[in-house]
Design a protein around this ligand. Structure first.
Ligand SMILES: [Mn+2]
Length: 179
């Protein structure tokens, strides 16, 4: 389980992630609740989020940051690491591929500035590599929702147990010399 609270003058966000159990999402924003509920359902994780904020932009960004930080704590050292899914939702066809191996990178875009920003903040703070490719789609609600579902399923695959160490670098040793 991983849990944290992030508070600024603009927002207050609490997130907890557990391997199983019920999810509860209340961000005061109905569309964000809908997207996070889809993400939690498809990831198979129990995610509890309570958030309040002054502006929609701040709320969505800060929920993504806090969810990302909680995910970073939650991702086990050994797991399958990679996951990818393609999801269709009516007109929308969206592919998500991710690497949960500690490399923060995001490549979009989603056809919504707010939710493109959500994905970037999530990837940066969870230290995951996240590629979201919109192959087709006209309805932005469908495109963003398909991306959230694909993200959930891709993460579910990446978090599956697996003992392999994928990095060919081995352990990185850093020694700081005292001045
Ligand atoms: Mn919907």
């Amino acid at each position: 389980m991983s849990a944290l609270v992030r508070e600024t003058r603009e927002t207050r966000v609490s997130v907890s992630i557990s391997p199983s159990g019920k999810s509860r999402i209340d961000t005061t924003n109905a569309f964000l609740d809908h997207m996070l509920t889809a993400f939690s359902r498809y990831s198979g994780l129990s995610i509890v989020i309570e958030a309040t904020g002054d502006l929609r932009h701040h709320l969505i960004e800060d929920v993504a940051i806090t969810l990302g930080l909680a995910l970073k704590d939650f991702i086990p050292v050994t797991c399958q690491r990679y996951g990818d899914r393609v999801i269709v939702m009516d007109d929308a066809l969206v592919q998500v591929a991710l690497d949960a191996g500690g490399r923060a990178f995001y490549k979009g875009p989603l056809p919504s500035r707010l939710y493109d920003h959500f994905m970037r903040s999530l990837a940066d703070n969870a230290a995951i590599t996240l590629h979201v490719r919109v192959i087709r789609g006209i309805d932005r609600h469908h495109v963003v929702e398909a991306a959230m579902k694909a993200l959930g399923l891709a993460l579910r695959s990446a978090l599956e147990p697996g003992g392999a160490v994928f990095s060919t670098k081995g352990t990185v040793s850093i020694t700081r010399s005292e001045a």
